[in-house]
Design a protein around this ligand. Structure first.
Ligand SMILES: *[C@@H]1O[C@H](CO)[C@@H](O)[C@H](O)[C@H]1NC(C)=O
Ligand SMILES: *[C@@H]1O[C@H](CO)[C@@H](O)[C@H](O)[C@H]1NC(C)=O
Ligand SMILES: *[C@@H]1O[C@H](CO)[C@@H](O)[C@H](O)[C@H]1NC(C)=O
Ligand SMILES: *[C@@H]1O[C@H](CO)[C@@H](O)[C@H](O)[C@H]1NC(C)=O
Ligand SMILES: *[C@@H]1O[C@H](CO)[C@@H](O)[C@H](O)[C@H]1NC(C)=O
Ligand SMILES: *[C@@H]1O[C@H](CO)[C@@H](O)[C@H](O)[C@H]1NC(C)=O
Length: 478
């Protein structure tokens, strides 16, 4: 029922009169603006729109590239000895711009400084400011102050300032592609919420959790850098760098925009369930590498990051993007997380079910009280023939000769150890041990829809092939 059905005749008349007044006044304002505030550079008042477009050229005329990004990584001398490998897996020496800020000078084990690491700076001694304000968290204050130190260091030609930790993995191509869609002359504060609901409640739902990386457009970074010492004086009682940063930004009149591809990873243990059902958005970062298990079985943390980067080097746009298709002859469902894993279910399952990560991981807080724990829906990890997938992990990658395709292979990590699912006809997938996936060489530029796929598998063969392609109009996976 329309809400207007309650309006009486009298009200209708009143509304009509009010409309007339508003309309007349609006017309007056419009004419006034046309004649009084005429832009001298514009040929005619009616071309104001086009004219202002000429003043601010469209973003695409000069696309954002890596040279426009400035990175500030906050770390400690102590942890750098092992975290150096994490950063070197994605940092491009002499190409990526930015600095690592250490608490103290590197000791002799770290010297000479690795050419594959970001150049380092030692954080400014802000003891005076900390003492003056009796700041409750000197280390956190040092981290916030790092934003100003980075900005003061270098900002010529910079469009975006990206802050992260010494255990943050960034996927540069994807970050560039995402940022290129926004106007760097405006004020943006991008970041990630915590995956753990209560962390957002304890700190803020409106802050970027630092390790995931938070990204500021140039004008915002500039405004924040100019105000940061004042802001540290305003909030000496706040004990979290990310929270202080957020309140400083809010005080300047700007607000937070979450990007779903940035991951603080406030989870523990095996996050393969999460990476196998990544949200439909480019992967931008991973964090908390030391708190999670290595992301590939039988590899240590550094090697598993390097392994993921092998796929990333070929195509970041598809990395961990989930594509689902059905093999109708066996009633199987394949769920591909490109460059990472494949799950086979012995049952037809809709996409809407499979986009929920299997809860292979544990909560950030060791003994949480009661759910909900996560900022997304999950599926429980169960031992059930029809719900438990056969799991395969990414092994090798290459380009097809003569064809515009990239191939990736995936191998079974371990036997599933369960009987066959009998619901959809009893077709065991136990003997499949290798899957090849073919994707176009061209990266995906429009991510508004997931891709679809076709499966080539002859009954009895231990191999399966999958070809990813754009979906047909109205094609549904259910
Ligand atoms: C990045 O863009 C700048 C223009 O802002 C251009 O001068 C430079 O050549 C570009 N770099 C690359 C690697 O495309
Ligand atoms: C340098 O620091 C690391 C970590 O703090 C330590 O393990 C190593 O022994 C130190 N090296 C020297 C030469 O002091
Ligand atoms: C980076 O540039 C410096 C000097 O321009 C050079 O000495 C160094 O070898 C370069 N590093 C790499 C990894 O190419
Ligand atoms: C930092 O500055 C304070 C005085 O402001 C000084 O006492 C302290 O020794 C300095 N610390 C370092 C590591 O230089
Ligand atoms: C599933 O079964 C395996 C082996 O029998 C066992 O180790 C594992 O704990 C079980 N998992 C669940 C969620 O019950
Ligand atoms: C697949 O499962 C459906 C529903 O359970 C069943 O009707 C159909 O016969 C099965 N297909 C095959 C090839 O077994």
């Amino acid at each position: 029922m329309s809400e207007f059905s309650f309006v009486s005749l009298f009200d209708k008349y009143l509304v009509f009169s009010l409309c007339k007044i508003v309309l007349s006044f609006g017309l007056f304002l419009h004419l006034a603006s046309v004649f009084l505030f005429r832009d001298p550079n514009c040929p005619s008042p009616y071309e104001l729109l086009e004219c202002s477009n000429n003043i601010n050229p469209p973003i695409s005329s000069n696309p954002t590239n890596l040279s426009h990004l400035l990175f500030g990584l906050l770390g400690s001398q102590n942890a750098w000895h092992h975290r150096k490998n994490y950063i070197e897996s994605w940092w491009r020496p002499n190409v990526t711009k930015g600095y690592l800020f250490l608490d103290v000078y590197p000791n002799s084990t770290l010297l000479p400084w690795s050419k594959n690491s970001p150049p380092y700076k030692v954080s400014k001694n802000i003891t005076k400011l900390v003492q003056e304000t009796q700041h409750v968290a000197p280390i956190q204050a040092r981290m916030v102050h790092g934003i100003k130190e980075l900005f003061d260091q270098e900002h010529e030609g910079v469009r975006w300032v990206v802050m992260g930790d010494d255990d943050s993995m960034f996927f540069l191509e994807n970050i560039i592609d995402v940022l290129a869609k926004y106007d760097h002359n405006k004020y943006y504060y991008f970041g990630a919420q915590s995956e753990y609901i209560l962390s957002n409640f304890w700190f803020s739902f409106d802050q970027g959790f630092g390790g995931a990386g938070f990204i500021m457009s140039f004008p915002l970074a500039k405004a924040l850098a100019q105000d940061i010492e004042n802001c540290l004086r305003r909030y000496p009682f706040l004990n979290s760098a990310d929270l202080i940063t957020m309140v400083c930004i809010v005080d300047l009149g700007f607000g937070f925009t979450p990007l779903k591809g940035l991951h603080h990873l406030d989870m523990r243990g095996d996050i393969s369930g999460f990476l196998s059902s990544h949200p439909k958005t480019p992967l931008l970062s991973l964090h908390h590498i030391d708190s999670i298990a290595p992301i590939f079985p039988l590899m240590d943390r550094s090697n598993s990051l390097r392994h993921l980067m092998k796929a990333a080097k070929f195509d970041q746009s598809r990395l961990v993007q989930q594509t689902i298709c059905h093999h109708r002859l066996s009633n199987w469902t394949f769920s591909v997380s490109w460059g990472y894993s494949i799950h086979i279910y012995e049952k037809i399952m809709p996409r809407s079910h499979l986009i929920k990560p299997i809860q292979t991981f544990h909560t950030w807080v060791k003994k949480p009280k009661s759910p909900p724990y996560y900022m997304f829906n999950t599926r429980p990890r169960v031992n059930d023939s029809c719900e438990t997938p056969h799991v395969f992990f990414f092994k090798t990658i290459g380009k097809m000769k003569n064809k515009n395709e990239i191939w990736t292979t995936y191998f079974r990590s371990e036997a599933r150890g369960l009987p066959t699912c009998s619901i959809d006809g009893n077709y065991p997938a136990n003997y499949i041990d290798k899957i090849q996936v073919y994707t176009p060489r061209a990266k995906r530029t429009e991510m508004d829809r997931r891709e679809c796929c076709d499966i080539i598998h002859t009954s009895g063969s231990n191999k399966a092939k999958i070809k990813l392609r754009e979906c047909f109009t109205n094609e549904k996976i259910a």
